[in-house]
Design a protein around this ligand. Structure first.
Ligand code: P6P
Length: 322
């Protein structure tokens, strides 16, 4: 069996990102190893179930949302190049007292509604440049996704994997039994075409007409306008659905719907849509809010939500064409 490169070896060989970005990635990757162990212990440590409080998203927090959030917070606060952080689980940003370096946004445990039923969940993270010479403010986090200097996710599933983009391309690492991230996929590429869509069909009656029309076209199969049959998947963990697309193609949609018309969508721009969109685009896929490439959106609020359509480039084009 060939000897696989580990994450430190991969980062050392990567020539275009600076050492401080690599240090941040190393700290996040190690935190994800620890998170994978806490998540895998499940009920053994009494960590399943609700925490009995809501987060800024007005969502019931799971105990593991809080535990994993604290694990990432502490790891990042101790990481010298990190000037500030923002989390799905924190109302406001947190600064480290340092200036310069980088800002990190993250969803510590995406898909946490799946934790108690042992379905794949994950950690999503995004690394942005921090302002020089002063402590960051919330406004410093509101950068378009193209400004990200790195992004990635860990998926805690049958394998625990880390998918990462630094300056170009997308690499994937698999966690070994002794806790090392080993490079198992050097360059992920999202196939341009697909016959697999991911959307929560229970919201169908609430979608806007273009989304309904697109999904109807898929459901009509080979006798319909698309001339081919489609398959459907919906894990309800963005990390798991996006990982499947990174591995075999597909289209993921969480569009605006009429249930809460004032909400543009469910997913958050800074720590879900932006990092996932950078990863998907770097692997040859596309990511849009239906009109604009997600990475080109100018954020206005820390926890702002956005409609998301991402995955196989030609299929995303189909949705946008309406
Ligand atoms: P629904 C998880 O809560 C999440 O934020 C994403 O990971 C996932 O894609 C989506 O929400 C699932 O939402 O409405 O299907 O439960």
């Amino acid at each position: 069996m060939t000897t696989l490169i580990d994450l430190p070896g991969y980062l050392a060989a990567e020539q275009t990102s600076d050492t401080e970005v690599k240090a941040v990635i190393g700290v996040i990757a190690e935190a994800c190893v620890q998170i994978s162990r806490v998540v895998a212990s499940g009920a053994i440590l009494g960590n399943l179930g609700a925490a009995g409080q809501k987060n800024v998203q007005d969502e019931e927090q799971k105990k593991l949302d809080i535990i994993t959030n604290d694990m990432l917070r502490e790891a990042l606060k101790a990481c010298q190049p990190v000037a500030g952080l923002a989390s799905e689980e924190l109302d406001e940003i947190e600064t480290t007292g340092r200036s310069g370096g980088f800002l990190v946004t993250f969803d510590p445990l995406d898909g946490s509604s799946n934790i108690d039923v042992n379905v794949s969940v994950g950690t999503i993270f995004s690394v942005l440049p921090a302002p020089a010479g002063r402590e960051p403010t919330e406004a410093d986090f509101l950068l378009p996704g193209r400004r990200q200097v790195a992004a990635g996710y860990a998926v805690y599933g049958p394998q625990t994997m880390l998918v990462l983009t630094l300056s170009k391309g997308v690499a994937a690492f698999t966690l070994s039994a002794d806790g090392a991230w080993l490079l198992t996929h050097e360059a992920l590429a999202v196939p341009a075409d697909t016959s697999e869509f991911a959307i929560n069909m229970s919201n169908q009656r609430h979608w806007a007409e273009p989304v309904r029309r697109y999904i109807d076209g898929c459901l009509k199969g080979k006798d319909g306008p698309r001339g081919k049959n489609f398959n459907m998947r919906w894990v309800a963990s963005m990390v798991a659905d996006v990982h499947r697309i990174m591995m075999r193609g597909g289209i993921f949609m969480y569009p605006w719907d009429a249930r809460e018309p004032d909400k543009p969508g469910k997913l958050r721009l800074l720590y879900e849509a932006n990092p996932m969109s950078l990863i998907v685009e770097r692997a040859g896929g596309k990511a849009t809010d239906g009109q604009t490439a997600i990475l080109d959106l100018q954020p206005t609020k820390l926890h702002q939500r956005v409609p998301v359509v991402l995955g196989s480039a030609n299929e995303v084009d189909q949705v946008v064409a309406g």
